[in-house]
Design a protein around this ligand. Structure first.
Ligand code: GLC
Length: 531
């Protein structure tokens, strides 16, 4: 790929393509629908590869498209080695891989090793086989407490609300850190690891370039499944993490990642990125040791408000955490689990201006970037009517938490009215707002001022300019509410203004600005690249 002369010799080869790549997350249900049923699919993605190439990304991450009853929209996998008919079939997947590669796009897919679907053949067999059976040992079944076993085995709650245990007909309970339809696997059972290795090889043999590992800090459970100390304030929701929480980040997880890495290493040039919600930098870095994951999402940017000090601290943590293990940092502003950043930063024009500014910050950083489909169009979250909500969080919280549907609304491609070219059918699985007419890809492609043109320009510069070389940053002194850093290798300067008024620009020639400039001043809610 680019700038190989600047990379250290051992990583200068093409097989380490992922070290500074821009990935694009395709939320498969919502990207493009080829068969007219209102749900995105694999052929739909294939029909938009030209767009993705034009955008200038290097690789795609496809969310789960495996056989699933869709209790958690595919994160409940009933057969990890087949395609759900909703999304296509294996032949459609093979076509997608071949054509993506012809467009110079790598394909990475999601793996869900913490749990299966309750419709997975193993879980069905476990239900039939009864307590103490080898079938039950693939999951986490326990007897309950109390004189009649009616008290859950411990006090753990599910990430989606309610207890993490569900009782089956014969009285035993099974563990599910997510929905009841997502029983946790027992990673102490060697069959579980063997099956994941089989799944990895199945997709590697079909030509995938890598994996995103779902809940990569889950899987291993602590011996005896101890209660959570009730004095500990765990918070709630999918983003939560806490060093005192026995459900996640148990030391046994690293053996699992070493197993995964061994299999991937049989296939040169393939990679894995982990979803790791672990706040402590040192514990987080363990996942990225040379024999574990290649990359781990750094969620600090996505959690930071639009405030220069908070963003700087997220950047410093992100870089500091990986320094000791030699892995690149992995940045992201949005994904399918959190409100879109245009909305987080205030929505409307203000949110869009700030989103542009933060995009420049993100793309100026050393390491890897993950974009989420639709952010290049400036899509905000959608305030969906209650009847439309489908996320299990909505149901499990007794209709008190709206869940994640607002960031999952299908992408608007063209035309003036829904479904905006997303489907040939009439409806989409989540309704699109009429106001998205001004945000379609078609309406933005030829407009040099659009968010889409801005992304294309920024990605092109990031790929082609030597100013983006180097793994370290130096920070300049800056007025309150602002920061400026310089890439130590190539010399790119990035300045951000989150204060209420204009500030003087650092010296240099402007390469790209996130919004209109004010002479030699950097206006509020704006970022700039200088060389
Ligand atoms: C991850 C996914 C999320 C899913 C959960 C359970 O956090 O990103 O969408 O619901 O895992 O698999």
């Amino acid at each position: 790929m680019r700038r190989s002369s600047d990379l250290q010799p051992e990583i200068a080869d093409e097989s380490a393509w992922w070290r500074d790549a821009v990935f694009y997350q395709v939320y498969v249900r919502s990207f493009a629908d080829a068969n007219g049923d209102g749900v995105g699919d694999l052929d739909g993605i294939r029909s938009r590869l030209g767009y993705l190439e034009l955008l200038g990304v290097d690789a795609l991450w496809l969310t789960p498209f495996f056989t699933s009853p869709m209790a958690d929209h595919g994160y409940d996998v009933a057969d990890p080695r087949d395609v759900d008919p909703l999304f296509g079939d294996l032949a459609a997947f093979d076509r997608l891989v071949t054509e993506a590669h012809a467009h110079n796009l790598k394909i990475t897919i999601d793996l869900v090793p913490n749990h299966t679907s309750d419709r997975h053949a193993w879980f069905q067999a476990a239900l039939r086989a009864g307590p103490g059976s080898v079938e039950r040992d693939r999951f986490v079944f326990r007897d309950g407490g109390g004189f009649d076993g009616s008290v859950p085995p411990n006090n753990w709650s599910s990430q989606f609300g309610g207890p993490a245990w569900t009782r089956v007909a014969d009285g035993q309970w099974y563990l599910h850190l997510f929905a009841p339809e997502q029983p946790d696997l027992n990673w102490d059972n060697p069959e579980v690891a063997a099956d994941l290795a089989r799944t990895l090889r199945f997709w590697l043999d079909r030509g995938v370039d890598g994996f995103r590992i779902d809940v990569a800090h889950g899987m291993a459970k602590p011996y005896g499944l101890p209660n959570i100390d009730p004095r500990v304030e765990l918070g709630s929701g999918i983003l939560h993490d806490n060093a005192l929480d026995p459900r996640f980040d148990n030391d046994g997880v690293h053996e699992i990642h070493r197993m995964i890495r061994k299999v991937i290493d049989e296939y040169p040039g393939r990679m894995a990125v982990g979803e790791i919600w672990v706040k402590d930098d040192e514990r987080y870095a363990r996942y990225l040791r040379p024999d574990e994951l290649h990359l781990g999402f750094s969620f600090g940017l996505l959690q930071a408000p639009f405030d220069a000090d908070a963003v700087r601290s997220a950047v410093e943590h992100g870089l500091g955490a990986v320094r000791s293990v030699g892995a690149p940092a992995t940045w992201t502003l949005s994904n399918h689990d959190v409100p879109r950043h245009v909305t987080r930063y205030g929505g409307g024009d203000l949110g869009a201006r700030r989103a542009r500014a933060m995009t420049l910050v993100e793309l100026a950083l050393p390491g890897v970037v993950y974009l989420y489909n639709g952010e290049e169009l400036g899509l905000p979250d959608v305030e969906l009517p209650e009847w439309a909500l489908q996320d299990p969080i909505w149901l499990r919280s007794g209709h008190t938490l709206r869940g994640r549907d607002g960031c999952r609304v299908p992408v608007p491609w063209e035309g003036d009215t829904p479904p905006f070219g997303f489907t040939q059918g009439v409806t989409t699985w989540l309704p699109q707002p009429n106001e998205w007419a001004g945000l379609t890809a078609e309406s933005q492609l030829e407009d040099p001022e659009s968010m889409l043109s801005f992304y294309r320009h920024a990605l092109e510069l990031r790929k082609s300019q030597p100013a983006f070389n180097g793994d370290e940053l130096e920070w300049y002194g800056a007025p309150p509410g602002c920061f400026a850093f310089r890439r130590k290798g190539g010399g790119l300067i990035c300045a951000l203004n989150t204060s209420g008024g204009p500030v003087p620009l650092p010296p240099g020639e402007i390469l790209l600005a996130s919004g209109p400039m004010d002479g030699n001043q950097l206006p509020p809610d704006t970022a700039v690249w200088l060389v």
